[in-house]
Design a binder for this molecule. Structure first.
Ligand SMILES: [Mn+2]
Length: 270
């Protein structure tokens, strides 16, 4: 189970992920959201290593691995295909699995994140960069001043939200845990908050195991299910894989010019 890969952003550790993907032989892969970062797609940053991650996933599909793709908020365009199946690929909003007589509930988790939904534009600006934000802020304030209105501070709002990040994480986990207990699940698995986790919680109302697959920007983690056991994989602790050489795809990725040539050569266009 992988989540929050954020292909198409500078932060994504695609090369490490390729090594990891080449080292595993899964029967099923759950992609739990924010796999491709659509918000940043317009920046046109998509290096060969990022393409190869998609290629590796396609190889898995071709070899018979089932992929359950649960889109997140950064790849929400794919949510339009929820409930669709294409060979071994399933796209949906959530997955409910029965593993070893345990009811497992899997979803990305941005559904809890109402504050971000309300200020999605603010989160997007945050992704573009702080400098740009300050410049925009200055411009807005100049305009506001001209109109005789009070100044606003967008950057402060973002800083404040960083301060509350710790609270945000525990709120997120609590919400997921309480809901999952209420709905009689044994295990609940999320992504979204980029905070890998594996913990058992016991409350009066019931008990639950909360898992989070982390991300491939900072933590480089995944969740593995083998012989009835969930474990948290951490690339940073995997010395064997660190030493392994990166095997890049034998097929060279085509430049735009070559793609155009291949496309047009039979048609004698010119
Ligand atoms: Mn997310």
């Amino acid at each position: 189970m992988l989540s929050d890969i954020h292909l198409g952003t500078y932060g994504c550790h695609a090369e490490e992920l390729i090594k990891y993907l080449q080292s595993i032989k899964p029967k099923t892969i759950v992609l739990n959201g924010d796999i491709i970062d659509g918000w940043n797609f317009s920046k046109n940053y998509f290096p060969p290593s990022h393409l190869q991650v998609i290629s590796e996933l396609m190889n898995f599909l071709a070899q018979g691995t089932k992929i359950i793709y649960l889109p997140g908020n950064h790849d929400e365009f794919a949510r339009k295909f929820a409930g669709r199946k294409m060979g071994n690929l399933i796209i949906d909003n959530k997955a409910v699995l029965n593993l070893n007589n345990k009811k497992v509930w899997i979803f990305h988790g941005d559904v809890f994140d109402i504050s971000m939904k309300q200020s999605k534009w603010l989160a997007k600006i945050g992704g573009v960069g702080y400098d740009w934000l300050i410049l925009t802020n200055r411009l807005i304030n100049k305009t506001l001043q001209k109109l005789g209105k009070e100044r606003v501070s967008l950057s402060k709002r973002i800083k404040d939200s960083v301060k509350t990040a710790v609270k945000f994480i525990s709120d997120f986990e609590d919400t997921a845990i309480n809901l999952a207990i209420q709905q009689n699940y044994d295990v609940v698995i999320c992504g979204h908050i980029h905070q890998p986790c594996d913990k058992y919680i016991e409350k009066q109302e019931g008990k639950i195991r909360y898992l989070n697959s982390g991300d491939w920007i900072e933590n480089l983690t995944s969740l593995e299910y083998n012989d009835g056991e969930w474990t948290l994989y951490q690339y940073q602790k995997d010395q064997a894989l660190h030493q392994q050489q990166l095997v890049l795809e034998k097929l060279p990725f085509l430049k735009n010019k070559e793609i155009f040539f291949n496309l047009t050569q039979e048609f004698q266009l010119q």
